[in-house]
Design a protein around this ligand. Structure first.
Ligand SMILES: Cc1cc2nc3c(=O)[nH]c(=O)nc-3n(C[C@H](O)[C@H](O)[C@H](O)COP(=O)(O)OP(=O)(O)OC[C@H]3O[C@@H](n4cnc5c(N)ncnc54)[C@H](O)[C@@H]3O)c2cc1C
Length: 471
């Protein structure tokens, strides 16, 4: 279906990007074969990696690729958790790492203009220096703007502040064949024709290569407080989440996390979580420009949860204590990654979380599996971990993957089906990529999948952009 990269294509790529930015040596390209998904498919190696330095260079590469019918896989920070940037058909990996400029801070419009290779960490530093704030925070600051936009990344602050989609006002996109388009702009409103901007957001590199973005920023909420609230059961913890919202409080984040993974992460980092009581903890972050308002919110939340089964309430009110809690929460994945087979990214309506979590417990028991689950309780996005380990006396005890792989697969499918039956989806923020594509039909109607395929065909008739993904 695709052609192989030959010497003439390499010569043309060098003419476009320069010798130093066309990599073919095995050792150099090996690092562009995978992302952060834990159970990678072997053998997905690019034939060549190119590192363009401008939109014109990206355009020339896509023109060349289409003329020669070779696949192109865009790559950002490689922090994805769905195999989205894995070059499953070889060909060209288009690394955006050199296009990392912060181009403009438009103070009047409170919008920044960035190149797609700028990382989240670099962006946060730059906007904070200018006195602004960027609320979405997908957990790995090595993620690049192109990747975050292409996956419509979320993070724990989505409950109050939304996801990346809510902050992207305009894009520069290079289409298959090399045409450059600019959907959106420095606009708050736009009802002019079909919304192509939002078509590219979440398109996982299959419809076009994002080269620039116009990003909304906001003024900084001045004060933050982090609460840690232990409960004796997951049901109690989750049942409290809607009660907080019913008080009219919208926290910046509401996360739930089991004591099993907290203790493993404490050991991994040599840090201390504020409480070891109960079984499952809620971590609630509230923010406000007024300290009095913050106290009112934390008092109200404490009253509600203590009336409804909370074992205790801890408030981290200094930056050091807040940082420690956040560090532990953010590093859970690293602490258990070694024995993780897959991290699910199911999203259900918030009201369905208790029912779905009951299903998770029932499935774990029936298949005799350890399925540690934590996630964004405030927005319905739950990360259930399929593990090749048991949890015994505070330790992860590895078990043979071969022995449990069929049970893990059965559990995964039951949970995906349960989510769908509750009006949920199989990915809330990581995308479908390579590793979830076989389950797409559990989440979407056949008619929707067909429509998506027709859009792909219209924008990329030769199918060279990130082939083998989503469908
Ligand atoms: C520890 C950890 C915590 C995480 N926490 C979160 C979280 O809380 N929320 C969340 O949403 N995600 C989270 N992630 C996942 C990951 O960080 C996000 O999916 C992120 O958006 C990926 O960005 P990236 O630049 O690394 O993209 P990559 O992994 O390089 O690529 C992801 C996809 O985007 C495409 N792509 C990349 N650049 C472009 C471009 N310029 N144009 C078109 N397509 C492009 C790729 O082809 C691929 O399909 C986490 C990951 C880790 C390792």
């Amino acid at each position: 279906m695709f052609n192989k990269i030959n010497d003439s294509i390499i010569k043309d790529l060098i003419a476009i990007c320069g010798q130093n930015n066309v990599l073919t040596c095995r050792e150099e390209i090996a690092g562009y074969s995978y992302d952060e998904y834990v159970n990678q498919l072997p053998g997905c190696v690019p034939e060549v990696v190119v590192r363009p330095g401008s939109t014109e260079e990206v355009s020339a590469i896509l023109k060349l690729a289409e003329e020669n019918r070779v696949p192109v896989t865009p790559r950002g920070g490689g922090t994805g958790l769905a195999g989205g940037c894995v070059p499953v058909h070889g060909g060209i990996v288009l690394s955006m790492q050199r296009m990392n400029r912060f181009l403009e801070m438009d103070r009047k419009n409170q919008m920044a203009v960035v190149e797609a290779g700028l990382t989240l960490g670099e962006f946060i530093q730059a906007v904070e220096k200018e006195g602004f704030y960027f609320p979405p925070h997908p957990g790995d600051e090595g993620a690049m703007f192109g990747g975050m936009i292409a996956t419509n990344a979320g993070g724990s602050r989505a409950v109050k502040y939304g996801v990346i989609r809510n902050y992207i006002r305009g894009l520069e996109v290079v289409l298959s064949g090399g045409q450059v388009i600019h959907p959106g702009g420095k606009l708050i409103k736009n009802s002019t024709g079909y919304n192509l901007l939002h078509l590219f957001i979440g398109s996982e590199g299959t419809l076009g290569v994002i080269t620039r973005a116009i990003v909304q920023v906001m003024t900084r909420p001045t004060f933050l407080r982090t609460m840690v609230i232990p409960f004796n059961s997951i049901e109690q913890a989750i049942d409290n989440v809607p009660l907080i919202f019913e008080k009219g409080i919208v926290p910046m984040a509401v996360e739930f996390v089991g004591l099993d993974v907290i203790q493993l992460t404490e050991k991994h980092l040599n840090l201390n979580w504020p409480s070891h009581q109960g079984e499952v903890h809620l971590m609630v972050i509230v923010d406000s420009p007024s300290e009095d308002d913050l106290s009112r919110m934390t008092d109200q939340i404490a009253d509600v949860v203590l009336e409804n089964g909370a074992v205790d309430v801890f408030v981290a009110d200094t930056k050091a204590k807040q940082d420690e809690v956040l560090k532990i929460r953010s590093e859970i994945y690293e602490a258990i990654k070694k024995e993780t087979v897959d991290i699910l990214d199911i999203c259900v309506p918030r009201s369905e979380i208790p029912g779905h979590m009951r299903k998770v417990q029932e499935v774990a028991q029936r298949y005799d599996l350890w399925l540690p689950s934590f996630g964004h309780a405030g927005d319905g996005n739950i990360h259930i971990h399929l593990m090749k380990a048991r949890y015994e006396k505070g330790q992860m005890v590895p078990v043979s993957y071969e022995e449990i792989k069929d049970r893990l697969e059965a559990a995964r499918q039951e949970l995906f089906k349960d989510a769908a039956a509750r009006g949920g989806v199989i990915s809330g923020e990581h995308g479908i990529g390579l590793y979830k594509k076989n389950y797409l039909s559990l989440s979407l109607e056949a008619g929707q999948i067909e429509m998506m395929k027709r859009i792909k065909q219209a924008l990329d008739p030769q199918g060279i952009l990130n082939p083998g993904k989503i469908f």
